[in-house]
Design a protein around this ligand. Sequence first.
Ligand code: GZL
Length: 309
Amino acid sequence: AFLAAFTFNTPVFAAKPLVIGFSQVGAESEWRTANTVSVKDAAKKDGITLKFADAQQKQENQVKAIRSFIAQRVDLIAFSPVVESGWDTVLREAKAAKIPVILTDRAVNVSDPSLYATFIGSDFVEEGRRAGRWLLERAKKTPDTVINIVELQGTVGSAPALDRKKGFEEVIAGNPKLKVLRSQTGDFTRAKGKEVMEAFLKAEGKKINVLYAHNDDMAIGAIQAIEEAGLKPGKDIVVISIDGVKGAFEAMIAGKLNVTVECSPLLGPQLMQLARDVVAGKPVPKRVVTQEGVFPAEVAAKEFPNRKY
Ligand code: GZL
């Protein structure tokens, strides 16, 4: 009987499944929901045990989750940092515990880049530039007209908010007729986007020609505010946003949104492969950039059936 236990068909030596601790920002937008689905599905498909924590967009909850993953001795920690700063201490604790860390979606500002193995996510500055380039092109049709812009920023201090603002400003600086009248955070949510757009409309009213929103959810909220003010979104106020979620394609098909710059949440499969490589001690690139496009309203109906999120 003893020998029988060591016959090869007994899974005595089956490898222990990889255990990953994942700290997610929250569930603030369609983008985030799709990102969570992608990560969970990929872990399941890959036979990886995923310990998942939702931080409700609070950094202290992410720090708590990372500490709990360290205490549970997971094989690897992956997280999407809600803001760029304030991670050095907890990432040093993970390093001391010899648990590798992968950044997904958003970047961090840390003094020591060895505190994480790799960062997989979009180039948010380029996304801002793409939004700016679309507007620059459109503004060529009215060279002598001042175009007044209001901006709905993402979560204060987050990489996408800082970088999308930077990229957009860098490009529109090329046309002095393009002016940003007001810029304020809508925290990436529909509700806040609507609320802040109502305030913009009260303050500036018909002076507003363009809305630049850092994500589709805030744009969709703002579209409601524009309609409630008796104006036509997509016509009286041109609407530019980022993510490329289904809601944005529906708004474009309805003629209420003019362009969305794609930001893919489908990072799950690449994240699982990177995790396996890191745990196996294989060399991985320090930065993995997701490939993305730009979708103006003219292509929305044709493209919609292909959308995965
Ligand atoms: C971008 C991601 C942003 C999305 C928002 O990669 O961090 O957070 O653009 C989401 O929709 O809330």
